[in-house]
Structure formats: structure tokens, C-alpha cells
Write a new protein. Structure first.
Length: 202
């Protein structure tokens, strides 16, 4: 998966370099506040984790990024009667490749575009009813996550920016189980995240 994402990034960088001589490269880092779109028998909260990466911008309204991104959520697990029976944390990590259109002035810009993510690992840890939970979810999780990004950035200087972005995953990241339970309708679970970052161009 890492090879595929690096290959995509190389292709995009080459296309941008061919189409424009004034290509800017940089680094960015920040945090993701992530939570799934739907839940079953849990009271969910944001899980905060790192996002770091590199970007390239052709100064003509197109920016491509290659990031290590954290997703998942924190769970307060409840029984059918609503009683809390445990706490777990789902941690999933991806190599993400957003391709963003950029509009706005020098000091304030809006970003919108698609993102593809390649799963690195997924696991759930914690305790439920006094029992330790340490489950590897990588086999259940879909290897590729596709979604949309939108946000804005402030540029206090030519080479520095601070931004806020929202991600809406479109992929049902865990799919449907191969069994059914009476009276239970399995929800489609999609990644959601807020991303706060600092970027520095060279």
C-alpha cells in the first residue's frame, strides 16, 4: 500500500512540475480529531492522533499531499439497557493522499477535494465487562478509504500557513459482517475527522 501511495504522489508531482515551473514543496504536521460516522452500542468520543506529511503546491490552485494520518475513536461501551460496561479505543492509521483545489487570496484560502487513504493498521484496545480487549482489526477493515476534504488556511507569511480541515469518508471501512443478529441492523461505518495543522513551504 505504501508503494502505491508513493507511486501516486510521484505521478502527481511529475504532472505538476510539467504543467508549472513554480512548484512549491513543504512539510506539514498537526492532529486529527477522529470519530466514526455511526456506532453500535457505544457512546463515542473524538480520538486525537497525529497527522504528518509533505505537500506540493503549484501556486495555481492545486495542492497534493502525502500524509501519515490517524483515525478511529474512543468508545464508552454500553449494554442493551444503556449501562456502561467498558471503555475501548479504536486506532487506525493510513497513508493518505488528498488532492485539493485551492481558491482565495494570499492570506486566506479555501481547500476542497478528494482524498484516498491506504490502510496501514487498525486495532481496538481497552476493557469490556472486566475483560481485556486487544483486537487486530486490520483484516476486517477495508484496505482503501475514499472521501472528501474541505477546509481553510490562514497564511501569516508567504511560507507559513495554519489550517483547519474536515474529512468525510465515503467508504464503509469495516463492511458488513457475514452473520446476522435478531433485531440488529449493522450500520455503515465511515471515517470522519477534524484536522488542525501547521505547514511550512520551502
Amino acid at each position: 500500500m505504501l508503494y502505491k501511495s508513493l507511486l501516486c504522489a510521484h505521478f502527481i508531482a511529475t504532472a505538476m512540475a510539467v504543467s508549472a515551473q513554480d512548484v512549491v514543496f513543504g512539510i506539514k504536521g498537526g492532529v486529527n480529531g477522529a470519530r466514526f460516522s455511526e456506532n453500535l452500542n457505544v457512546d463515542a468520543a473524538l480520538r486525537w492522533g497525529p497527522q504528518i506529511g509533505i505537500f506540493m503546491n503549484n501556486r495555481k490552485g492545486l495542492q497534493a499531499e502525502l500524509n501519515f494520518s490517524s483515525f478511529g475513536q474512543r468508545n464508552n461501551v454500553v449494554s442493551g439497557s444503556g449501562t456502561k460496561v467498558g471503555e475501548t479505543t479504536v486506532r487506525s492509521s493510513y497513508i493518505t493522499l488528498p488532492i485539493l483545489g485551492e481558491i482565495g487570496k494570499k492570506a486566506f484560502r479555501i481547500h476542497v477535494g478528494p482524498q484516498v487513504g491506504f490502510l496501514l493498521a487498525a486495532k481496538e484496545t481497552g476493557t469490556i465487562s472486566g475483560q481485556t480487549v486487544n483486537d487486530n482489526l486490520s483484516e476486517e477493515a477495508k484496505p482503501i478509504d475514499i472521501g472528501l476534504c474541505a477546509g481553510f488556511s490562514l497564511h501569516p507569511s508567504e511560507n507559513t500557513s495554519i489550517g483547519l480541515r474536515r474529512y468525510w469518508g465515503l467508504t464503509n471501512v469495516f463492511g458488513k459482517p457475514n452473520f446476522t443478529l435478531p433485531g440488529v441492523e449493522w450500520p455503515d461505518i465511515r471515517n470522519r475527522a477534524w484536522h488542525i495543522y501547521l505547514a511550512i513551504a520551502f
